[in-house]
Design a protein around this ligand. Structure first.
Ligand code: NAD
Length: 439
């Protein structure tokens, strides 16, 4: 099938590439010229596991192209995905300006029947509004399908190739049928394609993200209680997760969630609820707990080193909001580093994928280490902010040799307390008793 995907960001690039890999003829459109030029030249503007190989293969087999020309792309395609950004506006509501600009451009370019698929995360009722917007801009027939995306950054290609479910919203049987055809190669193992009305599809996306975010915030609150009360949240988590009604996923405490989705989707659903005359109290609580959690290590750093960190050097391992991505949007590491700097501390950072992103954010205010060990040179403490696999089994003796003092603040609970104790570290983590004493 001939497909256009408008918006070649984290979602659009993965969706377009995977659909090309499913045998479709795909053109990805973006209005960021530099991004498109880079893609046309064989580069990939984001880090996402497995994506580069898949792009290379599908480009060389001529099923995947990149352009800034939205009109041309719409004219040559039957199905057009909208995968542009829907960031939080200043009032927290989703800013739909990119969506409407895209919809208007699609309507202007249409020269016959098209299926327009809303892939971006949008407020309930947006797909209906999209129908009105397209109708105002074209005399041609079209179908609209709401198709929220559930992929996780870091595992985006796998998630798209093997989704738990595909949600299609709308009441246009022809359009739904065409989009179903696109997804059939990806659900051979039996995952359902759930067809529902557009509003329910849009709500499913927000409700899913808010529940996952809520689980994280709930566990973080429990972890903070465990820390105060002398319990070990790891044991508590195991005890809870063994209950089939609860399950083990999304119960890992830490320094909070970030990224381009959870924070803005919480904000958006809170605003949607307000617009409907309701208070989304659970979701507001999840947001507030997370805001505080991102800096939960700071008072503990202050307890150890004082409020004034002048002359103190901190290694920060992990900058991306989670492993396997270079995405630093709303990453807890950003808040922690800014706070350390504002208190006079020095920061040497290391991340397997996000160093370039970090340079855009911090410029010359921090130093960028060549390796995670290099970051430790002369450090008073290590702050671990992202649980990359390569940080999980370090050479503890080498770490100690490099550091000025063997102090670790582990924001993701990736180290064993026992090992840290045996290795002679002072070790502070989330919701678990501290190890070692200041010397
Ligand atoms: P992104 O910011 O990485 O990408 C959006 C892209 O759209 C950018 O490359 C931008 O240049 C382009 N764009 C903006 N306006 C355009 C226009 N008028 N014409 C052409 N291109 C235009 O965003 P993202 O993370 O890919 O998210 C896209 C949508 O998918 C959002 O609604 C988001 O909530 C949703 N979503 C994201 C994820 C995720 O993990 N990132 C997961 C599920 C859903």
């Amino acid at each position: 099938m001939k497909v256009a995907v408008v918006g070649a960001g984290y979602v659009g690039l993965v969706v377009g590439t995977c659909l090309a890999d499913g045998g479709n003829d795909v053109v990805c459109v973006d209005n960021d010229e530099a991004k498109v030029k880079m893609l046309q030249a064989g580069g990939v503007p984001i880090y996402e596991r497995g994506l580069k190989d898949l792009i290379d293969r599908n480009r060389s087999e001529e099923r995947l192209r990149f352009t800034t020309d939205i009109a041309g792309a719409v004219r040559e395609s039957l199905v057009v995905f909208i995968a542009v950004g829907t960031p939080a506006g200043s009032d927290g509501a989703a800013d739909l300006s990119q969506v409407w600009a895209t919809a208007d451009a699609i309507a202007r370019a249409m020269d016959g029947y098209r299926v327009v698929v809303m892939k971006s995360t949008v407020p309930v009722g947006t797909s209906e509004a999209l129908i009105g917007r397209l109708r105002a801009g074209t005399k041609h027939r079209f179908g609209v399908v709401s198709n929220p995306e559930f992929l996780k950054e870091g595992a985006a290609v796998d998630d798209f190739m093997r989704p738990d479910r595909v949600v299609l919203g709308g009441d246009d049987a022809r359009a739904i049928g065409l989009v179903k055809e696109l997804y059939e190669p990806f659900v051979r193992s039996g995952s359902p394609i759930l067809v529902m009305d557009g509003r329910s599809a849009e709500m499913t996306k927000y409700a899913s993200n808010c529940l996952l975010a809520g689980r994280i915030s709930f566990m973080n609150e429990i972890a903070n209680l465990c820390h105060k009360l002398g319990a070990d949240v790891d044991r508590v988590r195991e005890g809870m997760g063994a209950d089939g009604r609860i399950g083990r996923a999304f119960l890992f405490p830490g320094i909070g969630f970030g990224g381009s989705c959870f924070p803005k989707d919480l904000d958006a659903l809170i605003r949607i609820a307000q617009g409907a005359g309701l208070d989304a109290r659970m979701i507001e609580a999840a947001r507030e707990v997370n805001r505080a959690q991102k800096t939960i290590l700071l008072p503990r750093i202050a307890e150890r080193f004082g409020e004034n960190l002048a002359g103190r050097r901190f290694a920060v391992w992990g900058l991306a909001f989670k492993p396997q991505t270079d995405d630093m949007r709303e990453a807890p590491a950003v808040e922690i580093i800014n706070a350390l700097l504002s208190r006079g501390g020095e920061v040497a950072a290391s991340d397997p994928a996000a160093m370039e992103q970090a340079r855009k954010i911090f410029g010359g205010r921090i130093s960028y280490a060549k390796s995670c060990y290099d970051a430790l040179r002369g450090a008073d403490a290590l702050v671990l902010a992202t649980e990359w696999n390569e940080f999980r089994r370090p050479d503890y003796a080498r770490m100690k040799d490099l550091m000025r003092s063997p102090v670790v603040f582990d924001g993701r609970n990736i180290y064993s307390r026992k090992i840290m104790e045996e290795a002679g570290f002072e070790y502070y983590s989330i919701g678990r008793p501290d190890v070692g004493t200041p010397r």
